[in-house]
Design a binder for this molecule. Structure first.
Ligand code: OGA
Ligand code: MN
Length: 339
């Protein structure tokens, strides 16, 4: 029997009594029921290593992997293709040079976003695990969450009516959030030229039956289904307004990573998240690894063909052997030299 301590009045809970290495099927069902309600769950001091992290995640569905980013130039620090590297370590396990393209790329994670909304098939759950944390007081010890379901409920009536009356589709691309996170570095990158993946911005969250605003930092442009693109200025204005609303104080909370082995699990169809602020960059290691579960709900693929390959991300304006911004040929693996 698991117990849950709520974190915020409307979402989030810390889980007690769950040993993820030995969790029974009944326990797993309790976790699924709880995350449908709370949107994200915090498991303290799980004791899981890479194997255990991946094994538990696999019980939740098919996992995404980083195969499309692996090139001869990219060395893995660990042996699990299912583990995304969300930390600040380079290939050799040293602190990433803050001037490296990968460090610039990571800055976009500091803006509220939904993982994989730029993919044709979106993600349901993510499980992020702390492997090494900066010392107390150095920053980098928090991840923030925004309750996009409650934000929908609390939309100003007029805006909610507008969203309900128009079948808005969001066009997402990773270039959008990278540029927002580091406008200077990505000065010459034009997100409008990048491959866009399309998902409705208003969606019912299947496990809870609640409506959700599926927006966030990767959202580049709105269209109205059947009518085409919304005027650019109007689209920009609306995206800014909706994102600002979701990420406003009443719907946001912050979780502190307390020790190595903590895991936060979130449902990308119900919440947004961002890396908390910190001045640890370039000074301290922050090793975070993440599994990503492919959504298997009816809306997983949004308006994208189920044959669409996952896009990669390649960008190095300083030169190097990259061939351009992002591989526009979605059938080809990205030549990810630095990401
Ligand atoms: C992620 C992410 C935030 C953090 O792993 O998807 O956004 O605090 N991480 O590292
Ligand atoms: Mn993320």
């Amino acid at each position: 029997m698991l117990t849950f301590t709520p974190i915020h009045p409307t979402f989030g809970a810390e889980v007690h009594g769950a040993d993820l290495a030995t969790l029974t099927d009944e326990g797993l069902e309790e976790v699924k029921t709880a995350i449908a309600k709370y949107g994200f769950l915090v498991f303290r001091d799980t004791g899981l290593d890479d194997d255990g992290h991946v094994a538990f995640s696999k019980r939740l569905g098919d996992l995404d992997n980083i195969a499309r980013f692996l090139t001869p130039g990219r060395k893995m620090r660990y042996n699990h293709i299912e583990l995304f590297d969300a930390g600040n370590l380079d290939n050799d396990g040293n602190i990433l040079d803050p001037d490296s393209p990968r460090a610039h790329q990571g800055k976009g994670n500091g803006i509220f976003h939904v993982d994989s909304s730029f993919n044709p098939r979106r993600a349901s759950y993510c499980l992020l695990r702390s492997v090494e944390l900066p010392p107390d007081g150095a920053g980098g010890n928090t991840t923030d969450f925004a309750d996009s379901r409650t934000a929908y409920d609390a939309l100003p009536a007029e805006l909610q009516q507008q969203l309900l009356a128009n079948n808005y589709v969001g066009r997402h691309c990773i270039a959008q959030s990278r540029k927002l996170g580091d406008p200077e570095f990505y000065h010459d990158l034009d997100p409008s030229t990048q491959p866009h993946m399309r998902h409705h911005i208003l969606q019912r969250h299947e496990p809870s039956g609640r409506m959700n605003l599926y927006v966030g930092a990767h959202l580049h442009r709105l269209e109205i289904e059947g009518q085409g693109l919304v005027d650019k200025d109007e689209s920009d204005r609306l995206i800014r307004e909706i994102n600002a609303h979701v990420c406003s104080a009443p719907f946001v909370t912050s979780v502190t990573w307390k020790q190595v082995g903590d895991i936060i699990m979130w449902d990308n169809r119900a919440v947004q998240h961002r890396a908390g602020e910190g001045s640890y960059a370039g000074k301290y290691k922050r090793d975070m690894r993440r599994t990503t579960v492919h959504d298997d709900s009816p809306t997983a693929w949004g308006l994208n063909a189920t044959t669409t390959a996952m896009p990669g991300f390649v960008y190095d304006p300083t030169g190097g052997n990259t061939t351009g911004a992002i591989s526009a040929d979605l059938s080809a693996p990205a030549v990810a030299v630095h990401s």
